[in-house]
Design a protein around this ligand. Sequence first.
Ligand code: ATP
Length: 379
Amino acid sequence: MPCIRLVNVTKQFSKGARAVDGLNLTIEDGDFVSLLGPSGCGKTTTLRMIAGLEMPTEGDIYFDDKCVFSAEKGINVSPDKRGVGFLFQNYALWPHMTVRQNIAFGLENMKWEKTKIESRVREICGIMRIAEYVDRYPAELSGGQQQRVAIARTLAPNPRALLMDEPLSNLDAKLRNDMRAELKRLHMTTGATFVYVTHDQSEAMTLSSKICLMKTGVLQQYCPPLELYGEPCNMFCADFMGNPAMNFVECTGTPQADGGIELKAASFDVVFHPAEGDLKGAGRITAFEGGRCVLGIRPEMVKIVDEGGIEGKVISSLPTGMDTVLALDTRGITLSAVAFGRIDYTMDSMVRFQFEGDYAVLFDKDSTERFALGSLEIL
Ligand code: ATP
């Protein structure tokens, strides 16, 4: 049964453009959905509308089969009756209360029985691995421990969904990584539905079961992270996911008799072999003739080889120990490449590279939509 369903939800603030525009989104029970996109794309507004903290201008919101908001029918269930937990960036624990008191406070307000509160606090502290700190005050805890208490406090009443707005952004890089792993484990152990706002594509990639990628209030693609990375529906999605970003090379395309498309870029020619079943209608190939298109090549497809392939000049080489990110110039086109392993390249040296793998993406230059996925053969 779907847990949260948004139907044609639009939010127009009195000043400015639509913050969220006709959003249709179904979050299944037990999903970990990230709302992802650049600053101002409507992530927080969407989350706040789900929580009931913001009223949509149009549309309906359902929790299971129950309508919690309908602009047309005049339904608006208040936030405290929606049964969701909300975790903000500034998680503000009560400084004068111990960890135990911070967690118990909400349950007392909900008139839970004392023994039930005690056992729930014990249980949730065990899950969040904060049992040894229950008698400490927030000031006596590290940032990561405080964050775990804040999550425990939000999870204590067993919310049907946990809504989180950039909850890790105040933590340093190492702690952020640790907390990501904790959140993923927590999602598995609680089986709850998580909705998570972030502008960090790698956070969304690593955590979510599905990503909802938005741009200026409009949903671009909603699917599992690896699908979004490998099969982006347009150039915006392709560009937003991945670091280093996908290479975009402008080409003109000519269909060939065997189903391939010959692509001429400024400094090299390749044949694009569409993956089987990814032609989106054979008619589109004809429409493509002489057509301007954009070839998307992930940096990990650009493979340094000893001989053959295309020649490129190393403009930069950034080794991390695990891999090295290269910028290669090939007669005016600059390509990012990733070489795996402990390896460095001399600046301004010449190298040769091939295109490996079958996840090159061909985009329509005008609409920026994906035309096909496929592999590349250098001519
Ligand atoms: P960020 O990553 O920067 O937090 P976001 O994707 O969460 O951004 P929102 O906070 O949802 O974006 O804002 C979406 C748009 O709505 C923005 O253009 C923002 O300026 C506008 N907006 C948000 N809240 C209000 C408000 N109370 N009044 C007017 N405009 C608002």
